[in-house]
Every structure is written in structure tokens, then in C-alpha cells.
Design a protein. Structure first.
Length: 231
């Protein structure tokens, strides 16, 4: 990653050269928008364009850096296309960190972290964002909860509360948060007992219908952003 700033030169990799100069047909002097996740968005000009690489030079800042609120999304990976969807939507909706977790009833044993991270980059580009949430490696939920920080609230989306009155309220507390969405099989009784006993956890219902995990992730982020986030 190259920090962006006035006059900063940015080397273009082989893959990027193929896309910028081959697919997009950009040539010398043409403009591209760049962001590095820290210094906002910059307009850069093509200074060298070749088949195997090139150079861009930053001109001026077109957007300041805009970071999302301190919200993590924890979710149990499901089928590939739906997991991709969750990462894409979480990026658009303003997650600060995306953490795939393996729960008792999670079917996926493995994820391709690099591929999911690339989806997050693409989603940020698509929606004109300046921030890309890091996608963590898959970790066991128990492990994640073992080290859970005292000061981070956990919005536990519990399908057992379907139709109950447990909605997320602004009084639940400001500051650091995470949302937890279970797999298609839901949470095990042991997980539910552990989560319910955590002082940081706030069990929440997502309405009178059981949602699929990918829908639940988007719905939960909507509710959180509205009540406590930057909407
Ligand atoms: N198989 C389970 C449903 C799992 S839905 C069952 O039939 O009970 C997948 C995940 O989405 C759940 O673990 C939960 O985190 C979330 N979810 C879906 N609908 C919900 C609701 N109405 N309230 C709270 N969480 C919900």
C-alpha cells in the first residue's frame, strides 16, 4: 500500500496495468481516483502506461477520509455466494471490521480470507467509499468470546427471540459494538446460554419472521446504524 499525498507517485502492478490501460483504455494524462483507506480519495494522473506496469501521480484530494463507526460484524460463513454477499453488504453498510466465526452449527470449515478481502475492496470502490474493513481469518466463536473486550457491546441476534419485543434501543449504549449473526442452523443451546450470560451482550430480535443469515446481517446493520451509528 502506498500512502497517498500531493505529488506522490504510485506504481501500477501488472494486474492493475491490464485493467487500467487494457480494459479501461486509459492513457498518459488520464485521471483515476485512488484511495488507500487512510488518506481519503485522490485524483491521480497516468504518468507511465505499459503492458506490465505503469506509474500514477497524485494530484489533489477529492474526498477526505471517512471511517465508519466502530462496529464489527461477526457472522457464521454460509454458502460461498451468500458469504460473499454478506462481506459486500457489510462493507457498503459501514462495518469497521468483518469477522467470520465458526459456531457449533456452522457448515463452512474454511473460508478464503484473501478472496473475501478482495470483495470488500471491490465493494468500497463501488460505493465510493474511502475505507475498507479488514476481513479476519475464520475463528471459533468460543475463542472469540474468550477474549471479548469488556468495553465492546455485542448485539446478539437471537432467532429464539423471533417476534419478541427485544429491539435495539439507543440507550443500549454508545461506543464500541459488534453484531453477531448465526448460521442457517441457528445457535446451539450452549452458545445461547453463554451469550446470554455475557454482560456485554444485548439479545435482539429482528422481527416476527426468521430471516436467512445474509438478510439478517443487512437488517441488523440497518437497525444498528439507525439507532447508534452514523446514519
Ligand atoms: N435455523 C434457525 C434460523 C437461523 S437464521 C431457526 O430456524 O431457528 C440465521 C441467523 O440469522 C440466526 O442465527 C440469527 O442470528 C439471525 N436471525 C434470523 N432471523 C432472526 C430474527 N427474527 N431475530 C433475531 N435474529 C434472527
Amino acid at each position: 500500500m502506498h500512502p497517498l499525498g500531493p505529488g506522490q507517485t504510485v506504481p501500477v502492478s501488472r494486474d492493475q496495468a491490464h485493467y487500467l490501460f487494457g480494459v479501461m483504455r486509459l492513457g498518459l494524462g488520464d485521471a483515476v481516483l485512488l484511495f488507500d483507506g487512510v488518506h481519503g480519495e485522490w485524483r491521480a494522473e497516468v504518468a507511465e502506461a505499459g503492458k506490465r506496469g505503469g506509474v500514477l501521480i497524485c494530484q489533489d484530494q477529492t474526498k477526505p477520509q471517512q471511517n465508519p463507526p466502530d462496529l464489527w460484524l461477526l457472522f457464521a460463513p454460509i454458502k460461498k455466494a451468500r458469504t460473499d454477499f454478506i462481506v459486500e453488504k457489510a462493507t457498503e453498510m459501514g462495518a469497521a471490521r468483518i469477522c467470520p466465526v465458526q459456531t457449533d452449527f456452522t457448515n463452512a470449515e474454511r473460508i478464503r480470507q484473501d478472496r473475501l478481502q478482495a470483495h470488500a475492496v471491490e465493494a468500497a470502490e463501488q460505493c465510493g467509499g474511502t475505507f475498507v474493513p479488514p476481513v479476519a481469518e475464520l475463528e471459533k466463536l468460543d475463542r472469540v468470546l474468550d477474549g471479548w473486550p469488556d468495553d465492546r457491546h455485542l448485539m446478539f441476534c437471537d432467532e429464539a427471540l423471533v417476534g419478541a419485543q427485544e429491539v435495539l434501543r439507543a440507550e443500549a449504549g454508545s461506543g464500541k459494538w459488534a453484531i453477531l449473526i448465526g448460521p442457517e442452523g441457528g445457535f446451539s443451546p450452549a452458545e445461547r446460554a453463554r451469550l446470554t450470560a455475557m454482560p456485554q451482550a444485548v439479545a435482539v430480535s429482528l422481527g416476527p419472521r426468521i430471516l436467512r443469515a445474509d438478510t439478517a446481517a443487512v437488517a441488523a446493520m440497518t437497525i444498528w446504524q439507525q439507532a447508534l451509528g452514523d446514519w
